[in-house]
Design a protein. Structure first.
Length: 528
């Protein structure tokens, strides 16, 4: 069942990818270019890279989010759905943790692969037919990742690990082809890179290629470890892909403090500090990818309802004497659980919208924090799957507590994201660089509202988590529903009072002059 579902989702992705090829041809603005190379005139068609980026972000968001589908239907949830379970809460959590850890690993690897896609196209203002076709090949290979992830989660053998890692290697090679093709035709690059001297342009190209090669390199090492040692060793090696930049920076920092190595590594330390901490990332692409993850996660919630709680005419006639409304009222708890889960995802997305509205710049470490936030969002459907079996006591307990933990950590990562931006704006960047708008800084109207959105949900989730240990689980469920309802009402009242009795600062004050920017190679990595 789970493999059939993943195949259907992959088929939908494949259809979107193939159909997207025709959208680019029909709707993109065409320009005829002539490039003289080795005495020959080469004519090719170029397109604006904007739509390709948006289309790719949507596909990558789908690929990353449907990773949760196999986790929603792990063996313990299927056992509870079919026959109930005799396991207690601790045993259920113990059986679920390995699948949760594997999901976080696969999700962050996908986010890292998408980030490589961002680096690839961040320096390009135009694309050719060749770039589009190779990018579609990247998305095609990536669309198989959820299926082979589901195989790897169910059959943890060296074969499944090798297949999953091989797909990552192929994606890296295809992205390297796009980079080499773009730098072969300078007119495809952004104006800032085109104006660079040849040696700096070459340095920029190799910096991109080194960044793209990190994920395929560790995937190759994982293949070797899976063959030589065990599948677990290969999976552990994959865990290095998301954290490699931070491990490398820590290594450079340690070496820079050594007397013998300080001469070389001190200069390298400054470069690493800029790349890891303050290097800019295109905010629009992060917003598009994040919105896709939020939208797809909220849509996944309805899958179980449509599959397991859609009454048939026979069931209506047998159990409720043909009364359809009585049948629907008997599963009213399912609709309540769905509404609460949907509102939780909506509130977290709404908070992220306010945070990103007040940010002028996004750094690489903020991208990393945002990926962890999105991974937490991807866990909400799993908690919802447990809560759907609210008539089975251990399942309801696990669902409530797991949902509270997910919401708490989602708020924690939002706090880290916003706090990092404030820290950069005040201490870690030049005075002429503005990271946060005036209204989002301490003392501004948006700052108070964002702090409210960060603090209240985390406190309410901690409250419900504590109640689940002290009272009946149905009581904890009622408290959770009440907290979500009260928080929603408070948000509406806050905005209503603000719009009625206070003057709005307006968008003109939110977006102030950013100030001059450097045109160095490392700075251009953050610009398009």
């Amino acid at each position: 069942m789970i493999h059939t579902r993943c195949l259907i989702l992959c088929a939908v992705l494949l259809y979107n990818i193939v159909y997207g090829r025709f959208l680019f041809v029909m709707d993109a603005r065409e320009e005829r270019e002539e490039v003289e190379e080795d005495g020959l005139d080469i004519e090719f068609t170029t397109f604006s890279a904007t739509r390709l980026k948006m289309f790719s972000d949507a596909v990558w968001a789908i690929i990353a989010t449907i990773m949760i589908v196999p986790t929603m239907h792990i063996s313990i949830t299927e056992e509870i759905s079919l026959n109930g379970t005799s396991k207690n809460v601790g045993e259920i959590v113990h059986d679920t943790l390995p699948d949760i850890g594997l999901f976080f690993l696969a999700f962050l690897v996908i986010c890292t692969t998408w980030a490589c896609h961002v680096w690839t196209f961040q320096t390009m203002r135009k694309v050719t037919e060749f770039s589009i076709l190779v990018n579609l090949a990247v998305l095609l290979v990536g669309s198989f990742l959820p299926y082979f992830y589901s195989l790897m989660s169910r059959f943890r053998t060296w074969k499944t690990v090798i297949i999953f890692c091989s797909l990552d290697v192929v994606i890296g090679l295809l992205q390297a082809m796009i980079i080499l093709h773009a730098f072969s035709y300078p007119d495809l690059l952004s104006a800032k890179i085109t104006e660079l001297p040849d040696d700096e342009k070459r340095e920029h190209k190799w910096r991109l290629l080194r960044r793209i090669s990190v994920s395929p390199t560790f995937a190759l090492i994982a293949i070797i470890l899976a063959l030589a040692a065990s599948p677990e060793a290969g999976i552990t090696c994959l865990a290095m892909i998301p954290v490699y930049p931070w491990v490398q920076s820590f290594f450079v920092w340690i070496c820079s403090r050594s007397a013998r190595l300080s001469t070389f590594f001190k200069s390298r330390r400054r470069v690493e500090r800029h790349i890891v901490l303050t290097e800019r990332v295109k905010k629009e692409r992060i917003e598009a990818f994040s919105d896709g993850v939020f939208a797809i996660t909220s849509t996944l919630l309805v899958l179980d309802i449509s599959e397991k709680y859609l009454p048939t005419p026979t069931e209506v006639a047998k159990d409720h004497h043909g009364n359809l409304m009585r049948t629907l009222s008997s599963i009213g708890g399912v609709f309540t659980a769905y509404s609460v889960a949907f509102l939780i995802i909506g509130h977290i997305w709404y908070t992220q919208v306010h945070i990103f509205k007040g940010l002028h710049r996004i750094s690489r470490i903020m991208l990393f924090i945002n990926n962890w936030l999105l991974a937490c969002i991807g866990m909400i459907p799993l908690a919802f799957t447990f809560i759907l079996h609210y008539k089975i006591q251990p399942a309801l307990t696990v669902g409530i507590r797991f949902g509270c933990v997910v919401v708490f950590f989602a708020c924690f990562f939002k706090f880290c994201l916003f706090g990092t931006a404030l820290l950069f704006d005040k201490h870690l960047s030049p005075k002429d660089e503005v990271w946060v708008s005036g209204s989002a800084k301490p003392g501004g109207n948006d700052f108070k509202y964002i702090c409210f959105q960060l603090a209240v949900p985390s406190l309410l989730s901690a409250l419900v988590f504590g109640v689940s240990f002290q009272a009946e689980q149905t009581t904890a469920a009622y408290v959770g529903v009440s907290c979500v309802g009260l928080y929603t009402i408070s948000i509406v009242m806050w905005k209503t009072i603000q719009a009625t009795f206070f003057d709005d600062d307006g968008p003109s004050r939110d977006y102030e002059q950013i100030g001059p920017r450097s045109s160095s190679v490392t700075e251009i990595m953050g610009h398009e």
